[in-house]
Design a protein around this ligand. Structure first.
Ligand code: NAD
Length: 317
């Protein structure tokens, strides 16, 4: 039986991954952990843990007899530009702490990379798996260096570490943690609350995106795939859809008549301009059968339906 530790489980992705893993492996076999003291899941086993504290990380792994670690703790792209040295420390030392324990205790590891590994000199259309990678954000630099470490630990120490380069992740169950694609999460909350949405990217900024259920499915599918199907040990390109702020606005407007948007690009525009428009994820599709389910309109319909149901419950209680 697998015993799973999620590091950074209070975050936007961790919140959704945790409940899916609990459903698959059982309540007692999935342990959430975060630097934040209080867990944001109602029913889960939880440990207060800073991934930079390797002694405490080892204690938690031993206490629960952990066999798999999902390392989600990170500082994201927009916050990273405000705190570059802290971002380097958290994103790099956190990964090295996990990889070292994975080496000595034979743990299986999941670690997410990002389209931020690409930079202004990368081909923007259908960006290939292997291409020019000169990221100019500290976040992108940590993800690129992290990919090299993952491959190194696999080659040199046979650590079974697996990784995906996520595009912008869009969910409605929790608020995002400081990324450049966060506008595509916030926009739904403003639409439901009938407020004007101030978008921090310009209307035609095209970026690769993915609805959270697809990202969760991709992650678990990759971790469950037989070893011999995993040919890439740095990180797999992963894609579902690409859209711009004006395209997601129009998709919402179909269902929320009268919704308004204003564009006020800020420092995040420069980050977005350095990233690809679309991603070639053919290796993930060929190697372990990746297939996405949601496009822009089906995601919009699902998010608005769920947010409306949530606000009805909140009004009633
Ligand atoms: P998030 O910011 O919402 O969550 C990160 C969590 O990590 C937070 O709960 C935070 O408290 C915790 N954390 C931060 N520092 C920590 C530390 N030192 N020790 C323990 N916990 C710590 O981020 P997310 O959106 O859930 O992203 C999860 C992972 O996916 C990250 O590695 C991120 O780089 C990657 N990713 C996310 C996106 C996206 O669009 N959200 C896109 C590409 C890649």
């Amino acid at each position: 039986m697998q015993k799973i530790l999620i590091v950074g489980s209070n975050g936007q992705f961790g919140t959704e991954l945790l409940s899916e893993l609990q459903g698959k492996f059982g309540y007692d076999n999935v342990i959430g952990s975060d630097k934040k003291e209080i867990s944001n899941c109602n029913s889960c086993l939880f440990e207060h843990l800073d991934v930079l504290d390797s002694k405490r990380l080892e204690e938690v792994i031993d206490k629960h007899e952990i066999t798999q670690v999902y390392l989600l703790a990170a500082i994201l792209s927009a916050v990273g530009e405000q705190k570059p040295l802290l971002t380097w420390e958290v994103n790099m030392q956190g990964l090295l702490n996990v990889l070292e324990l994975a080496r000595s205790k034979s743990l299986k590891v999941y670690w997410p990379s990002s389209i931020a590994v690409f930079g202004p000199t990368t081909p923007k259309k259908m960006t290939p798996q292997q291409t020019i990678m000169e990221p100019d954000t500290v976040y992108g630099m940590t993800k690129l260096a992290g990919e090299r470490w993952c491959e190194y630990y696999h080659q040199k120490y046979q650590v079974d570490v697996r990784s995906l380069r996520y595009p912008g992740l869009i969910g409605y169950k929790s608020l995002p943690g400081g990324g450049t694609t966060d506008y595509a999460v916030d926009i739904f909350h403003k639409a439901i609350n009938k407020e004007v949405f101030q978008c921090f990217l310009s209307k035609d900024t095209l970026l690769p995106m993915m609805y959270m259920p697809d990202a969760v499915k991709a992650t678990i599918d990759l971790m469950e795939a037989p070893k011999e199907k995993i040919n890439i040990r740095s990180s797999y390109n992963l894609a579902a859809m690409s859209f711009s702020p004006s395209e997601i606005y129009n998709s919402i407007l179909r269902l929320e008549k009268g919704f308004e948007i204003e564009y006020e690009p800020d420092f995040r525009q420069k980050i977005a301009n350095s990233w690809p428009h679309s991603i070639d994820d053919s290796h993930a599709r060929a190697d372990w059968g990746w297939n996405h389910q949601y496009d822009l309109n089906s995601m919009t319909e699902d998010i608005l339906k769920n947010l409306k149901a949530q606000s009805l419950v909140n009004t009633a209680s």
